[in-house]
Design a protein around this ligand. Structure first.
Ligand SMILES: O=C(O)C(=O)C[C@]1(C(=O)O)C=C[C@@H](O)C=C1
Length: 380
């Protein structure tokens, strides 16, 4: 039905009863279509298995790539492109995110490791990226997330990589150096941090402020101004800080809403992060390469020879090919041979000829080059 016809029909309905009957009818149609879509996804799973069998002669379910990040990004982009409202783009995209998540769970339930415990922003990022159809498995450290995916115990992992206030998450970058895993997606999350205490606690009872060191850094100025001289303790995650504050009125945790809810904490102060637009970017890690989807990014680690102008030489091929860099960062090298180690991110997929040409050029100039993966740019 065209938009105009829909509007005319809606305008002709004048009673609550008429409108609710119309809503019931639409719900029936949506419901029917949802299950139709779900059956198509089930059939997709059968076809994927049959294709693997035809290609390799084996029908090993663990080798089938049920999750297709490039296709999911395309589906979500189409949702946004065709949306005419009144529902906002973000809302319809989130609805379709959950529909696809449920369909994927029918194909095969995915196990996703994330930096836990429950209640971390990384868990929120995992849900934003995969929807609620996955089985989320909290891990104590970033290294455990990598290990769970490398060993095959989990299908994918979610790790924080960069914060708009504090820069790169070095643990994650260091883990990539030795890991065979590939980046297969990215997700950005707006981070709001609060000062949380248990019931009965107050500004007078608090002796220590606990949080992950990144969160403490993101609120440094606010804490300096409002809580000068009070001890700050870096712990393994904000959720862990919230867990510690739950039964101890001498501890205040810096953490987000999910942790506050999970541990039943009160807000002594809200939104205490120093920068208004505090965002953390997370990466999805997996064992397979992701095919090109049309709007991709590529991440790599590269080490340059220790001579003047080395970085400039590494970057010139990107400029010549007209490829935009989205990030460049340095880490201290961990072997004596490497003078510099750079993490570079740029627009494009490693299968594109222009990107391939740049990578060939870089291999010649660098001491070491490791492509961490090409993956769809975040849509949500
Ligand atoms: O197109 C596919 O490959 C599917 O498996 C279908 C579908 C979907 O529901 O649209 C589900 C899971 C994939 O990650 C991508 C898309």
């Amino acid at each position: 039905m065209s938009d105009d016809k829909q509007l005319d029909e809606i305008a002709s309905l004048n009673t609550l009863d008429q409108l609710r009957k119309a809503i019931d009818q639409v719900d029936g149609k949506i419901h029917n279509l949802l299950n139709y879509r779900a059956r198509l996804a089930e059939r997709v799973a059968e076809v994927k298995l049959a294709e693997l069998k035809a290609e390799t002669g084996e029908a090993d379910l663990s080798k089938v790539m049920f999750y297709r990040p490039e296709r999911e990004a395309q589906v979500l982009q189409k949702v946004i492109d065709r949306n005419t409202g009144p529902l906002p783009d973000k809302t319809v995209a989130h609805l379709f995110r959950e529909i696809m998540s449920a369909c994927l769970a029918l194909e095969k339930p995915m196990e996703v490791a994330y930096l836990g415990p429950e209640g971390t922003f990384t868990q929120a990022a995992a849900m934003k990226h995969f929807g609620h159809g996955v089985i989320a498995m909290p891990q104590p450290e970033i290294a455990n997330v990598f290990a769970q995916v490398e060993s095959g115990q989990c299908n994918y992992g979610v790790v924080p990589v960069e914060n708009s206030t504090e820069g790169m998450v070095n643990h994650t970058l260091d883990n990539f150096i030795d890991s065979p895993l590939k980046i297969c997606g990215e997700v950005a999350l707006r981070i709001e941090l609060h000062l949380l205490v248990c019931e009965g606690a107050s500004a007078q009872t608090v002796k220590t402020i606990c949080a992950h060191r990144q969160a403490l850094a993101q609120c440094r100025q606010w804490l300096d101004n409002n809580w000068p001289g009070v001890e700050r303790l870096a712990v393994s995650s904000n959720a862990e800080a919230a867990r510690m504050a739950k039964d101890d009125p001498t501890i205040a945790a810096v953490a987000g809403d999910i942790a506050a809810e999970k541990y039943g904490l009160m807000k002594l102060a809200s939104s205490i992060e120093d920068l208004a637009n505090n965002t953390t970017r997370f990466l999805i890690i997996g064992r397979e390469d992701v095919p090109a989807g049309g709007n991709d990014k590529t991440s790599l680690i590269i080490s340059a020879h220790n001579k003047p102008g080395a970085l400039l030489h590494l970057l010139t091929p990107f400029e010549q090919a007209g490829i935009s860099l989205t990030r460049i960062d340095t880490r201290p090298s961990r072997t004596q041979n490497w003078a510099y180690l750079f993490f570079v991110e740029f627009e494009g997929h490693q299968q594109e000829p222009r990107v391939k040409a740049v990578l060939d050029n870089l291999i010649e100039q660098s001491v070491m080059l490791k492509v961490l993966g090409s993956y769809p740019a975040a849509v949500l």
